[in-house]
Design a protein around this ligand. Sequence first.
Ligand code: UDP
Length: 311
Amino acid sequence: MRILVTGGAGFVPSHLCERLLSEGHEVVAIDNFVTGHRRNIAAFAQHPRFSFIEADVTRELPVPGKLDRIYHMASPASPIDYVELPFETLYAGSDATRLGLDRARADGARFLLASTSEVYGDPAIHPQVESYWGNVNPIGVRSVYDEAKRYGEALTMAYHRYHGVATRIVRIFNTYGPRMRPNDGRVMPAFCSQALRGEPLTVFGDGLQTRSFCYVSDLVDGIDRLMESNLTEPCNVGNPHEMTMLQLAEYINRFTGNTAGIIHKPLPKDDPTRRKPDISRASAELGWAPRVSFEDGVSRTVDYFRALGEV
Ligand code: UDP
């Protein structure tokens, strides 16, 4: 198939490009490097079935030829990005979703929206199941991401219902692995970089808030399976292995041999208290389950940051 991946030079989408290439598809990636990086596509940039277009997908999709699949993955995706790039974040979830859906409709392509566990906000239901409508602050600092993705989901369902476009919606939970930006502010690159520099890890608030971390190859497996399934309802993909940020900090310090300990910093506004995916739907409909252990995933991620040398 001929497949478009928006945000192709980003962390998750670059791994998706590699997987789709390994399956024999022709892959076109598009990115404007607002948060993506050329080094993320370096490993397959010369592949004969890969091509790259530098463009801003919130304005245009200048991709020649007919497409069979469109993965709309482009968006800033870290709480620091939402503060620094509010409009890029809003338009990636809204305008770019519309351009992708219009193109899918014109080409008869299947369209997948990369949505997020952030649609659940600071959830009152635990673990989060797809039927939960969420608890989102519509004007808070994270709202540029949360509400754009919620609008993106609404738009995707409208194109499905009214225009008959074949659509899929994946709700991505916290993901980690090689190709994260060391300074993107998210907890995994922050802790790994700090530990490798021998600095104390910055735990926000009391550190009792939880997250559940999925290794990137597991996530990409789930996304690929969802695209090729018949499921038009949103589907959580994430690893239910839940831990507090204090537990994460202790693990990273022990794993890297960092003796600098931790320091506490203020908790960012609207930071969700608990997060863990209910993956019954992905299990039943996609036959999907995460496979990479936390220990292996952290080991590969720390190796990446060490080799990158920017830490
Ligand atoms: N966090 C932390 N120290 C950091 C960065 C993040 O304690 O240096 C916490 C943050 O407050 C949140 C969790 O780690 O509770 C996950 O944050 P991240 O930015 O990775 O993603 P989120 O799940 O909030 O979108």
